[in-house]
Design a protein around this ligand. Sequence first.
Ligand SMILES: [Fe+2]
Length: 187
Amino acid sequence: MSRLSIFPETVSSDGRGPSPQRLVCTDDPEQIGTELFRRGIGFERWPAEKNLDQNADQASILWAYRDEIERVQRASGYATVDAIRMTPDHPERECLRRKFLDEHTHAEDEVRFFVEGQALFCLHIGSEVLLIRCERGDLISVPAGTRHWFDMGSAPQFCALRWFNNSEGWVAKFTGSDISRSFPGLD
Ligand SMILES: [Fe+2]
């Protein structure tokens, strides 16, 4: 189930976790969408009912979701789309997890449609940190320049479509902050 938790960005006095004062916690997709919309983040629930073969390659995943891909392309005009699929035994899971776990920004929007599994998006907006557990069927759109990090967990299991406006794909600018260490991850 998708879940949104919002915390103040300040950590507890022992420095080991977020302040206990959680501002919002909800599993209701409508409320999640409303809270995120107020902060400039797009969030929608779309059907994601295609059963992908365990060995489905990139092209067949994109083909299965061609209607959804076209819908996003039509609305926003992103130049390219790919699919990232992670499994608990993926040989690069630890390396990839670390890569996305430090706070960073992008020069373009980060748009993801989860078609399998779950992962945690963490957004640092103003003086708040928003933890969004995204699940199959969640479409999230994070505007360019938003500070954020992403946790796929120690046994990742998800497949997400990713839209890009540049031919290089995922390019990040790290903020140098260690704030992500102070908040719970997906596990
Ligand atoms: Fe990112």
